[in-house]
Design a protein around this ligand. Structure first.
Ligand SMILES: *Cc1c(COP(=O)(O)O)cnc(C)c1O
Length: 433
């Protein structure tokens, strides 16, 4: 079988919450002023109640509301593919599967949480959301999601991307999102940078500060984050829950599960339902690999400590692997992987040795991406191509050892808005930083 498809009525009706399965609890977020553990309700200035509840919930299963399922069914369940052509090309005895999250209208896994967040904000009476976007994928997903619930969406977009990726902006505007290049003169956080240099290239950290400041200072507005937080990872588990059923239909259980990690949400979404088996002691040999760029090596080279989630220092302090909140990664094309920290749950699982991590250079990642496009057809997002690279390396190792490993990776998105980067690669102009 080349594609393993589920019928629409098999979209999971519950998300899997991994928090109660962790071998030890997460360290609490700290108040940036007092350095004391922060009570979750202090977050209510920027997040609605139901999402704060999910952030700290100890229930293993959380029902997906019907209204969310209705919108999920526009593109879910997503296909699971057996990468037969890639296997043939690599002459590997390994079996390679990938979950195709690129089929959503915005082109990535991100609407899985964007739709849920828009819904919970709407039922909490919120009429306006702010957020940030780097490469434009999260901004697209939230613009797409909010329009279904009559919520206005303002997106602070890192200025370099705003200038370099006009089509992502057009996509957001088509879905009624309002896009503002960051740093902007709209906020105190933005002004600090904007007034010194109106052409300041910006960063994800600055854009987060702007979006949070606006939400914190306007009664009608809340803030939405596309990765890192526990509730975001929770919503993404719909990916792995489907994949588990599909792998069963194919008659396999993966030996290795692989995902690219920016903040950790697509990686968590695919892997947590399988990791739950490992945490329960049922699959002790399951390998789970988080893949990141060498240009932003959060897990492989960061420190495990408390740090801010943004640049200016407005968020609570969270315990995570971090390169430092003022780290500015080189401008690699996998914009979605340029974050200084990672999700606290992913960091905890890494620290305890339940998952491993690997880092790859930009040029070798694009080489893998092109190999994938020339065998399986789909042009992967530069972010997803990190997972492709690892899957190919695993399969080549199997060719050498003769092992018939079952490899599963997340194709988190397509790269059709990233053709500029592909152009540079094909012309031999792409460099490693
Ligand atoms: C945003 C994005 C990522 C990285 O974010 P995570 O939260 O780590 O998943 C990876 N792939 C694609 C296609 C993205 O849009």
């Amino acid at each position: 079988m080349r594609k393993i498809l589920l019928p629409e009525h098999e979209i999971p009706t519950r998300w899997l919450n991994i928090l109660p399965l962790l071998p030890e609890p997460l360290e609490p977020p700290l108040d940036p002023q007092t350095k004391e553990p922060m009570s979750p309700d202090k977050l209510s200035v920027i997040f609605p109640e139901p999402l704060i509840e999910q952030e700290v919930s100890d229930r293993e299963w959380i029902d997906i509301p019907d209204e969310v399922l209705k919108i999920y069914s526009l593109w879910r369940p997503t296909p699971l593919h057996r990468a037969l052509s890639l296997e043939e090309y690599l002459k590997t005895p390994a079996k390679i599967f990938y979950k195709n999250e690129s089929v959503s209208p915005p082109g990535s896994h991100k609407p899985n949480t964007a739709v849920a967040q828009a819904y919970y904000n709407r039922i909490s009476g919120v009429r306006r959301l702010t957020t940030e976007t780097g490469a434009g994928q999260w901004g697209s997903a939230l613009s797409f999601a909010t329009q279904f619930f009559g919520i206005e969406c303002r997106v602070y977009m890192v200025r370099v991307s705003y200038n370099q990726k006009p089509y992502r902006r057009v996509l957001m505007e088509t879905w009624k999102g309002e896009v503002i290049p960051s740093p902007s003169p709209n906020t105190e956080a933005g002004k600090k940078f904007y007034e010194k240099d109106p052409d300041h290239p910006g960063s994800l950290g600055i854009a987060i500060s702007e979006a949070i400041e606006e939400a914190a200072t306007r009664d009608d507005t809340k803030y939405s984050l596309g990765s890192v937080l526990n509730h975001v990872l929770l919503h993404q588990t719909v990916i792995g829950l489907e994949a588990k059923k599909q792998m069963e239909m194919a008659g396999f259980y993966p030996d290795v599960v692989i995902g690219a990690v920016g903040g950790g949400s697509n990686f968590a979404g695919l892997s947590f339902p399988f990791l739950a088996d490992k945490l329960r002691g049922e699959k002790p040999n399951l390998e789970v690999v988080a893949v990141e760029p060498t240009a932003c090596p959060t897990l492989t080279e960061g420190e495990y400590r408390y740090d801010f989630g943004d640049t200016v220092g407005m968020t609570p302090l969270i315990k995570m692997y971090t390169l430092g909140h003022d780290f500015v990664p080189p401008p690699i094309h996998a914009g979605g992987l340029r974050y200084h920290g990672d999700a606290p749950i992913v960091c905890k699982l890494y620290d305890l040795g339940y998952i491993s991590a690997a880092a790859y250079r930009q040029t070798e990642v694009f080489e893998a991406a092109v190999t994938f496009a020339r065998t399986e057809g789909i042009v992967p997002a530069p972010e997803s191509a990190h997972a492709v690279k690892r899957a190919i390396d695993e399969a080549i190792k199997c060719r050498e050892t003769g092992e018939e490993k079952v490899i599963l990776f997340n194709l988190s998105g397509h790269g059709y808005f990233d053709l500029n980067a592909y152009d540079r690669f094909l012309q031999g102009k792409l460099e490693d930083s």
